[in-house]
Write a protein that binds this ligand. Structure first.
Ligand code: FES
Ligand SMILES: [Fe+2]
Length: 471
């Protein structure tokens, strides 16, 4: 599959009803240029091989050829504010220590002792040295060997100092996100993120704090979980309760050089409702989740739209924290899902949507994933400390994490499908998964890149069979 520009798409193949750009024309506030961009791409209409979700060999190829070489979001800057603070970042069976240095920079090392290989750390924390609990070999925060107990017995270690310095990964930051690349010779992060950095200049995610962080084990391949959040086409069957105020199939899908996005407009009804004639008040009540016997909290006057009135409510909600900049922000930034993706698994949302998703394999298990949702909120004054991660097992509902608010019920519906997609893909006789040309083009884009990273012809490593997280 290779991308072509829109001229090779059937440009008439768009949902009926208002387009996202039509809604921008009606915005009550100036719209940032970045939302005016349109970049539909056609990746062909071929199926995606099912082995990408079901085959252990494919998973091992992903580890060898992609996860070991690609930039990936490890943590936020504020997770390790002080020298000596560290977190453990794990991907498949790989484990890395991400450590704040004395000079404020960040280094990352494979989380393994250079004596006999024990994990150096098992929990996130703070230390003055990286000392292995087994026999006590210790390293400075910068990876230089500091102490070998009974050094008289290790003259050979002294003779090979390079072999006993912790090997480094590439590390860089963007907008308060710390990225690592296990490859020490990786090309700069900026080359990987490219357009994404320009698009987010207007929203400055650096100036946020982690107000919530919830993860959950998913009984499906990590891409099944991820792809459920890469299109709005599933809303009609999976989340029918939000059709009254979500222009699901009016979503605009754009693929740029280094990122893709799906923008799904809110405060506008789904075209799939057909002739159902909703009033603006009914739409507002649905969106605010007002009970039948309760009054509408904000009256919608004649000539007003729910989209405009609820956008103004959102501005007032954010004003105490974000200040008067909210008056510069469009209805679209207040109401719409601005869902960006950088390959392979990083999903920051624009404006005040607050959401950042990350999807990873759960240990060395290709049928299990970890889905995470970070909520990044504006703050005034001193940055509050980041929320602790709420870790949910596969059988613990999102609704047990109150920090997710109304998102939890929607996630619950999404997760309901995931293990069943895995089961269906294991059972099907069809060799490939079929995607739509436009609405699901972000998924096609991700698979196109995956195909560029992962080469079928290269022999696979065996892997350690490391256990997945159970809680
Ligand atoms: S394994 Fe780390 S000191 Fe021996
Ligand atoms: Fe969903």
């Amino acid at each position: 599959m290779t991308a072509t520009d829109e001229s090779e798409l059937d440009t008439g193949a768009r949902s009926p009803g208002l387009s996202y750009q039509d809604l921008l024309d009606a915005d009550t506030h100036p719209v940032p240029d970045v939302l005016r961009l349109e970049s539909a791409k056609y990746f062909g209409s071929d199926d995606v091989p099912i082995e990408r979700y079901t085959s252990r060999e494919w998973h091992r190829r992903e580890v060898d050829q992609m996860w070991s070489k690609v930039w990936q979001f490890a943590c936020r800057d504020e997770h390790i504010p002080e020298p000596g603070d560290y977190i453990i970042y794990e991907i498949a069976e790989l484990s890395f220590l991400v450590v704040r240095q004395e000079d404020g920079t960040i280094k990352a090392f494979p989380n393994a002792c250079l004596h006999r290989g024990r994990q150096l750390k098992e929990y996130d924390g703070h230390c003055s040295e990286l000392r292995c609990p087994f026999h006590g070999f210790a390293w400075e925060l910068d990876g230089n060997l500091q102490d070998v107990p009974a050094a008289w017995d290790f003259p050979h270690v002294d003779q090979r100092p390079d072999d006993f310095t912790l090997p480094e990964c590439s590390v860089d930051t963007w907008a308060g996100f710390v990225f690592i690349n296990p490859d020490p010779d990786a090309a700069p992060l900026a080359e990987h993120l490219g357009d994404l950095m320009e698009h987010f200049e207007v929203w400055n995610l650096e100036n946020r704090f982690v107000e919530g962080h919830v993860s959950r084990v998913i009984n499906a391949n990590w891409k099944i979980a991820q792809e459920a959040f890469c299109e709005a086409y599933h809303v009609n069957a999976t989340h029918p309760q939000i059709l009254t105020y979500l222009g699901d199939i009016n979503s605009q899908v754009d693929v740029f050089e280094n990122c893709a996005r799906v923008i799904t407009p809110g405060g506008t009804p789904s075209p799939l409702l057909g002739d159902v004639d909703l009033t603006e008040t009914e739409m507002a009540r649905a969106m605010l989740d007002v009970r039948v016997d309760h009054p509408t909290p904000v009256p919608i006057e004649e000539g007003q739209t729910a989209r405009a009135v609820l956008s103004q409510m959102a501005r007032e909600r954010w004003r105490p924290l974000a200040g008067d900049m909210v008056d510069q922000m469009s209805d679209s930034e207040m109401m719409d899902s601005l869902d960006y993706t950088a390959f392979p698994n990083f999903h920051p949302w624009g404006a005040f949507n607050r959401i950042v998703y990350r999807f990873r394999p759960n240990g060395d298990d290709h049928r299990s994933a970890i889905m995470e949702c970070f909520l990044l909120s504006p703050f005034s004054g001193e940055r509050p400390p980041p929320a602790k991660e709420t870790k949910l097992a596969a059988d613990e509902a999102w609704t047990t994490a109150p920090e997710l608010g109304m998102l939890a019920k929607v996630f619950e519906q999404d997760v309901f499908n995931m293990a069943k997609v895995q089961k269906g893909l294991e059972a099907t006789r069809k060799p490939g998964a079929t995607f739509s040309n436009y609405q699901e083009s972000k998924i096609r884009w991700l698979h196109t890149l995956l195909g560029e990273w992962v080469n079928d012809d290269v022999p696979v490593s065996v892997g350690t069979g490391a256990k997945a997280r159970t809680s």
